[in-house]
Design a protein around this ligand. Structure first.
Ligand SMILES: N#Cc1ccc(Nc2nc(N)cc(-n3ccc(CO)n3)n2)cc1
Length: 284
């Protein structure tokens, strides 16, 4: 259909938050399809003018996401270059970034968290099959489309956002511990295994109320973390801690395949169900 973008920028103060180099606004796009007018809510990611030199990786991120479609990948409608402004137009995802959602103290169950982790693993599996490296997997880039309410039997639904400015542009140290150690050595040899490392750090975030790992550590301590081959503080749940440390193996080749990650998540989901059943049984 012929999409005519008539964007109503929300006023600046309503900008929905800051990415690292971008500002995000809520807008709407109007499609005229068979004479019918359809208005869709969109999210506008405006690349700060000062970071003009990042615009090609900004376009790269947008074109990556617009080339492929998958239920757990964010839909990117396109990019518009309004004079000096580069703006990526993407579907508006109702509840926004997962890290902020979890930090807002929403108490979510273990099965909710495992379900989100499994959805991310299936998005990664899809990207792996297409041999596409995302490069910026983290809870901030997971968007919550549906809250889910297990009491109603409905589950959360997440969308993996665009990688944003490529990691090469970002202060890579700032990406510790999401960025795989080998990337620090050579930023452009980002491989599929790097996404597995980031997956481990993201699952750790999901099970730690959206708090960033190594929160409060300075750059020196972050570099030490890699130099001393350290691991994130392990969860009490041994099988979960094992999965996270397998993904965050300093030997990229030893990191599990997506299929193995999904298999291990399934067994975590099963043992969580059994635990709950046992508890109800004991309480009765
Ligand atoms: N309060 C609130 C609220 C804020 C945002 C949304 N929706 C949304 N839709 C997207 N497509 C992308 C994003 N992002 C948020 C951070 C980033 C940086 O990556 N993206 N947020 C919904 C509610």
């Amino acid at each position: 259909s012929h999409i005519q973008l008539c964007i109503h920028f929300s006023s600046k103060e309503e900008s929905l938050g800051q990415g690292s180099f971008t500002r995000i606004f809520k807008g709407c796009k109007t499609d005229i399809r068979d004479g019918e007018k359809h208005v869709t809510e969109v999210l506008l990611k405006e690349l700060d003018v000062v970071h003009k030199n990042c615009w090609e990786s900004f376009f790269e991120a947008a074109s990556l996401m617009s080339q492929i479609s998958h239920k757990h990948l964010l839909l990117v409608y396109g990019v518009s270059v309004h004079g000096v402004k580069n703006i990526m137009v993407q579907e508006f995802v109702k509840y926004g970034a997962l890290d902020l959602y979890l930090k807002r103290g929403r108490s979510v169950s273990v099965s909710w968290k495992l379900d989100v982790a499994k959805q991310l693993a299936s998005a990664l599996n899809f990207l792996e099959e297409k041999n596409i490296v995302h490069g910026n997997i983290c809870a901030k880039n997971l968007l919550l489309a549906r809250e889910g309410d297990p009491s109603q039997g409905s589950f959360p639904f997440i969308k993996l956002s665009d990688p944003g400015i490529s990691v090469v542009m970002l202060v890579i140290l700032d990406r510790i511990p999401w960025v795989a150690p080998e990337v620090l050595e050579a930023p452009d040899n980002m491989t599929l295994e790097c996404d597995k490392w980031s997956f481990g750090a993201t699952v750790w975030e999901i099970f730690n109320n959206g708090n960033a790992p190594l929160r409060g550590c300075d750059l020196e301590q972050k570099q030490q973390f890699y130099e001393n081959f350290q691991q994130l503080p392990p969860s009490q749940w041994t099988e979960l801690a094992d999965l996270i440390s397998q993904c965050m193996d300093y030997q990229a080749a030893f990191r599990p395949s997506c299929r193995s990650i999904i298999r291990q998540l399934n067994s975590l989901i099963t043992s969580d169900k059994n635990r709950k059943m046992l508890c109800t049984f004991i309480h009765e």
